[in-house]
Ligand binder design. Structure first.
Ligand SMILES: *[C@@H]1O[C@H](CO)[C@@H](O)[C@H](O)[C@H]1NC(C)=O
Ligand SMILES: *[C@@H]1O[C@H](CO)[C@@H](O)[C@H](O)[C@H]1NC(C)=O
Ligand SMILES: *[C@@H]1O[C@H](CO)[C@@H](O)[C@H](O)[C@H]1NC(C)=O
Ligand SMILES: *[C@@H]1O[C@H](CO)[C@@H](O)[C@H](O)[C@H]1NC(C)=O
Ligand SMILES: *[C@@H]1O[C@H](CO)[C@@H](O)[C@H](O)[C@H]1NC(C)=O
Ligand SMILES: *[C@@H]1O[C@H](CO)[C@@H](O)[C@H](O)[C@H]1NC(C)=O
Ligand SMILES: *[C@@H]1O[C@H](CO)[C@@H](O)[C@H](O)[C@H]1NC(C)=O
Ligand SMILES: *[C@@H]1O[C@H](CO)[C@@H](O)[C@H](O)[C@H]1NC(C)=O
Length: 425
């Protein structure tokens, strides 16, 4: 009897020990980060870390999660950043670099989730004040979901972040879905600069059904990105800078990007649709990248590839004596349907003359621009590209035949967009 009671007791305690819930404490008016960090140290595995519904947590200083194993972080309450700019600048510059408000130190099987409740589960960055002041000093990033093997980011809801949202560098086997990023300004005179949606540079990632309204790349794949699959399906990307690879090869860096597939996405009022950018003088390779089934509305640069990237807002194209360049190989743009505005569009991020995104010689009606470096781009193909301007006028292309190898699916010229047979098949 005694023995079986002891066995039962042991069974129960081991059952209890198997999964715990850490309810994050809250002190009204105070920064909740220190108490969170003190408590989470004992809850790094087989745990649900719960930010409770009904509570608005003050995340006034950055959270660095310890290494986590089998952990679910459930954001069911609201989280708020400090509302004033200097407080954030002070707390982020006191760490060694302008950091992330939330960063992960690695781990296995980590789920970061919000809720479907429209009232709760928001992370409020109070970014509007930063955008209004055009303050770009010591801006923190949002969520560095780094060095996680086996991770889920779902149902997260970010409201007016200060700048960058999610990054997944060094992680692998990640599924990010049903996330909501709202980074649209309430004023035409203040732009939500650098509010990138997902910065992906890890291995085996699936991004789907995320709804992103922002002022920079919806998705950007950086060097190291391999097997990245992105689809938006019905929720769309709005206001931002499209589905991007790069920029790669800055200051001679060696890039490595492989097997990227962006499918079934709608982009609306974005500056770019599909975009690739690498800097002159870079090294390395981006290969096997496909954008397919992309629907666009009012997008000035539906397809834009440049191996000569630089920021026109800062000055003239940098001179380089390097004969190296980031190579591109097997790039496919397939099934693009949409419209371009008739009047060249001035996007809110254009605060210099010329705009950082100006393309010398462009008419504003180019459905595709291939700005390639001679001898370094192979198998680039655009097929079944259907676009008109809003009033039904013909669209154009920019393409330098001396830099292009083979049939790119349209007549390679600066002029009307005329598909070749390969571009229609
Ligand atoms: C963490 O666990 C240790 C050992 O079990 C215990 O001594 C300590 O009080 C716990 N700390 C917190 C904050 O719960
Ligand atoms: C976590 O749970 C798994 C079983 O799901 C178990 O094997 C492991 O030992 C647990 N880890 C800790 C630290 O309790
Ligand atoms: C992974 O974490 C989830 C909770 O997010 C848990 O239900 C599951 O059991 C964990 N998987 C393993 C293999 O421990
Ligand atoms: C949670 O935060 C969001 C975004 O700031 C806000 O719209 C919502 O009203 C908040 N919920 C509550 C219950 O205060
Ligand atoms: C050019 O590429 C070669 C081969 O990858 C490399 O050894 C060299 O350092 C590169 N030069 C520059 C200026 O990047
Ligand atoms: C190209 O990428 C796609 C999608 O990521 C993948 O399914 C395919 O196997 C890759 N092909 C090669 C030759 O690597
Ligand atoms: C590049 O070189 C040209 C000719 O030497 C010069 O006029 C131009 O200012 C240089 N540009 C930069 C960015 O250094
Ligand atoms: C095409 O590329 C060649 C080689 O880089 C360059 O000399 C020429 O100016 C380019 N032409 C146009 C129209 O961009």
């Amino acid at each position: 009897m005694l023995r079986s009671a002891a066995v039962l007791f042991l069974t129960l305690t081991s059952f209890v020990a198997a999964w715990s819930t850490y309810v994050v404490p809250h002190s009204p008016g105070a920064d909740d980060t220190p108490a969170f960090l003190a408590g989470v140290a004992n809850h790094t595995s087989n745990t649900t870390i719960l930010f409770s519904k009904g509570v608005t947590y003050n995340i006034f200083t950055p959270i660095v999660f310890p290494v986590l194993t089998n952990v679910e972080i459930a954001i069911e309450g609201n989280l708020t950043y400090p509302q004033d700019i200097p407080t954030i600048q002070g707390s982020t510059s006191s760490v060694s670099y302008v950091s992330d408000l939330f960063s992960f130190s690695g781990g296995t099987n980590v789920t970061l989730r919000g809720t479907l409740d429209p009232e709760w589960g928001w992370v409020d960055g109070h970014g509007q004040a930063w955008w209004d002041a055009n303050n770009q000093v010591n801006r923190p990033h949002g969520w560095a979901f780094s060095k996680i093997n086996g991770g889920v980011i779902r149902d997260m809801k970010l409201w007016k972040p200060i700048a960058w949202n999610f990054a997944t560098s060094g992680s692998s086997n990640i599924h990010a879905f049903n996330n909501r990023i709202f980074a649209l300004s309430n004023s035409k005179n203040s732009f939500p600069f650098n509010t990138d949606g997902f910065s992906a540079s890890g291995l085996n990632m699936l991004f789907e059904n995320n709804h992103i309204q922002n002022g920079d790349d919806c998705l950007t794949v950086g060097s190291g990105g391999k097997n990245i699959h992105f689809s938006l399906l019905r929720p769309l990307g709005e206001g931002g800078h499209g589905l991007s690879i790069g920029s790669l090869g800055k200051n001679g860096a060696v890039a490595d990007v492989q097997n990227v597939l962006c499918v079934s996405s709608c982009v609306k009022n974005t500056l770019y649709g599909a975009r690739f950018k690498s800097w002159t003088g870079g090294n390395g390779l981006a290969r096997n990248v496909t954008w397919r089934d992309i629907f666009f509305t009012n997008v000035p640069f539906p397809i834009y590839v440049t191996q000569n990237y630089w920021d026109q807002g800062i000055g003239p194209r940098p001179n380089t004596s390097s004969t190296n360049n980031t190579h591109i190989q097997d790039f496919t743009f397939q099934n693009f349907v949409g419209t371009i505005e008739d009047v060249p569009y001035v996007e809110g991020s254009c605060v210099s003359n010329p705009c950082w995104y100006a393309v010398p010689g462009a008419t504003g009606k180019e459905v595709i621009i291939l700005d390639l470096y001679p001898g370094t781009a192979t198998h680039v193909l655009a097929k079944r590209i259907f676009a008109v301007t809003e009033t039904g006028a013909r669209v154009a292309a920019m393409c330098n035949a001396t830099a292009v190898i083979g049939d790119v699916g349209f007549k390679c010229q600066n002029g009307p967009f005329i598909p070749t047979l390969a571009g229609l098949l």
